[in-house]
Write a new protein. Structure first.
Length: 138
């Protein structure tokens, strides 16, 4: 049985900074306590205060709030850049190399349609892709 993933030669990705994945249709930006702590520290806030202001519960999980237009609450409305980029959650860090986007070449093609940075630019090595793919699952 051949277990070599179809993307073993790497995939191209270079973020254009369009901000598309940080806004649009309502979604979830899952965060855990370590991520909340890091983002709160970056803003000089207590984690509890950060959570009250920027996080909401969805069942037993926590997600960053969104504005009424669908933008993530941490997206700078003018620059369309993440205001906490250095400490952004794993979900954002690992995009677009999520398991759901890597399952088949067709899934990756769909991702390339949704994200203008996917499929272009630097060829990201397989090892780096795998780090992202695993990161989002733990
Ligand atoms: S949609 Fe793609 S190109 Fe646009 S900001 Fe997100 S990762 Fe970057
Ligand atoms: S935390 Fe930053 S990178 Fe993640 S969705 Fe919000 S603005 Fe985008």
């Amino acid at each position: 049985m051949n277990e070599t993933p179809w993307y073993h030669e790497g995939l191209r990705f270079c973020c254009t900074g369009c901000g598309g994945c940080c806004g649009g249709a309502p979604g979830y930006i899952w965060v855990n306590q370590d991520e909340i702590n890091a983002m709160a520290a970056a803003l000089g806030m207590a984690p509890e205060d950060f959570e009250k202001k920027f996080v909401r519960c969805e069942g037993r999980r926590r997600t960053l709030r969104e504005r009424s237009n669908g933008d993530c609450v941490l997206l700078d409305a003018e620059t369309r850049r993440c205001s906490l980029y250095e400490v952004r959650p794993r979900q954002c860090r690992s995009w677009p190399f999520w398991p759901s986007n890597l399952r088949t070449p067709a899934d990756w093609a769909r991702t390339c349609n949704d994200c203008p940075g996917a499929g272009v630019g630097r060829r990201v090595p397989f090892e780096e892709i795998e780090q992202c793919r695993v990161m989002i699952q733990v």
